[in-house]
Design a binder for this molecule. Structure first.
Ligand SMILES: NC(=O)c1ccc[n+]([C@@H]2O[C@H](COP(=O)([O-])OP(=O)(O)OC[C@H]3O[C@@H](n4cnc5c(N)ncnc54)[C@H](O)[C@@H]3O)[C@@H](O)[C@H]2O)c1
Length: 449
């Protein structure tokens, strides 16, 4: 938790896109709660983008340290707490070293890319007893909290099963295949990188512990071979243009001043990190089409599907209980439409999209039906602006101020929640490899889940 100092001293580890949310909070709504005193980031150009913003807001200057010098940064700058928003497969190293250096940690999901890396963190937490906060922002989205409330109230009875269908569209879904996420070694694939959010939701919604996972799926859409099979891969030297003359697979980094600064030519010069690679390149290892069966302690079963190539974006959840059924449907983007400038919002859960779809309007609907009764639609009370349905704003308040009020829905996630969520992904990955169901208890996470 934040120290007794008037303002907690923060180092931001990994100054990329996601870091922006924490940086904005610490120079905005949470400027009284904490201050950034150092950057730990291998790319000086990306660090400079954030540093300039902070300097403009609060003055002063903050040094940039290479990740190899993490301990030095924490020591010299007297850091109380780090915010880890680096590439997923660096979390274990950055988190466990910070904990051992006597510093508390806030870490973005997923906790780590592999079970072995998660174990490194578990060992460091056990050894140091320090505080580790997982930022599972989806719990704070009002629609997800509303479903939790319905289940916790007992009105649909004891949960028997959950069916969860998550659709990433061909803009946002494709984005995972343009950059580091396309290599499974960087993030554990979408089962860990993306679905751990979803597994955490289910674990929390039904308040149960996942035990055994069977997974099936693979890369069926992106990559050169899959692209060839679907007919979407452009011929060598050409670009795939739609009738608007837009390449629907491409992100134009140079066309967005912020992205251009973070990932454009200047930044690339330092590390070769390309944000805009072709989704039909050879060598992509991350799966885009996945199906899972997850068994929970006490009996509930989850069937889960993730596609990264849908024509609309959003999710559907069905929860069957002994007294009835709850259904949540969320449309984050009804269809992929490009603006007159040929651009489309990358992540529709984060930034507004273009236009309104009449058949599939953006929105959310929670319906509850008890046995022998008519279905009822339940209100979802918005909490205000901010990414992920206003959830990010609530999450930031809890991260930076600690819990200031009762948490009847148990939204604050701890380190074991992070392991339970990613654990389903690790077990799923092992199941993909072996073709067999895998027990979370056999992953060697070093913690009794
Ligand atoms: N909760 C959410 O909704 C959400 C959304 C987006 C990203 N994220 C998470 O945030 C993290 C960052 O994602 P992003 O989209 O900002 O990626 P990004 O590529 O924009 O930024 C990652 C940064 O980490 C830096 N980096 C690489 N190795 C490092 C190391 N060893 N130490 C410190 N920094 C290092 C890179 O140079 C880069 O600047 C990921 O873990 C991702 O899963 C969470």
């Amino acid at each position: 938790m934040p120290s007794e100092n008037p303002r907690t001293r923060y180092a931001v580890v990994g100054a990329g896109h996601r870091a922006g949310m924490y940086v904005n909070a610490l120079i905005g709504d949470h400027a009284e709660d904490g201050e950034i005193v150092a950057w730990v980031e291998p790319n000086p150009v990306r660090a400079a983008v954030h540093e300039e913003k902070v300097a403009a807001a609060v003055g002063g200057s903050r040094p940039v340290f290479h990740p190899d010098d993490l301990e030095k940064a924490l020591d010299v700058e007297r850091v109380d707490r780090v915010v880890v928003t680096s590439v997923d497969n660096t979390h274990a190293d950055m988190v466990s070293r910070s904990l051992r250096a006597g510093v508390d940690v806030v870490v973005e999901k997923p906790i780590a890319a592999t079970a072995a890396e998660a174990r490194q963190i578990a060992d460091a937490v056990a050894e140091t007893g320090r505080d580790l906060t997982m930022t599972f922002n989806y719990r704070y989205a009002p629609r997800n909290s509303a479903l939790r409330e319905v289940i916790a109230s007992g009105e649909i009875g004891r949960v028997l099963s959950v069916h969860f269908d998550w659709a990433l569209d061909t803009v946002h879904g494709a984005d995972y295949f343009r950059r580091w996420h396309r290599e499974k070694t960087n993030n554990g694939g979408l089962l860990v990188h993306k679905s751990s959010h979803h597994f955490d939701l289910v674990n929390w919604w039904i308040d149960a512990v996942p035990q055994r996972v069977f997974a099936s799926g693979g890369r069926r859409f992106y990559g050169d071979d899959a692209g060839h099979a679907t007919g979407y891969e452009p011929t060598a030297g050409e670009r795939a243009l739609n009738e608007q003359g837009v390449d629907p697979w491409r992100i134009d980094v140079a066309n967005d001043p912020y992205l251009d600064r973070l990932y454009g030519a200047d930044a690339q010069e330092h590390d070769g990190y390309r944000r805009d690679r072709s989704v039909f390149d050879p060598g992509i290892t991350t799966e885009d089409t996945l199906g899972l069966v997850v068994e929970y302690a006490g009996g509930p079963v989850l069937t889960y599907s993730l596609t990264a190539s849908a024509p609309w974006e959003g999710y559907r959840v069905v929860v069957n209980g002994t007294r009835g059924r709850a259904e949540l449907e969320v449309v984050e983007r009804g269809s992929v439409v490009f603006g007159a400038d040929g651009k489309a919002t990358v992540d529709p859960s984060f930034t507004a999209t273009f236009g309104e779809d009449t058949v599939r309007p953006e929105g959310e609907r929670l319906v509850v039906q008890r046995h022998w009764e008519r279905a009822e639609e339940r209100p979802i009370v918005e909490v205000g602006p901010g990414g992920h349905g206003g959830g990010d704003t609530l999450l930031l308040a809890e991260v930076f101020r600690g819990r200031t009020e009762a948490d009847p829905l148990g939204r604050a996630a701890g380190f074991v929640d992070g392991l339970r969520a990613s654990g389903v992904g690790y077990a799923g990955n092992r199941s993909l490899e072996t073709g067999d169901p895998v027990r979370l208890a056999d992953l060697g996470l070093g913690v009794d889940l």
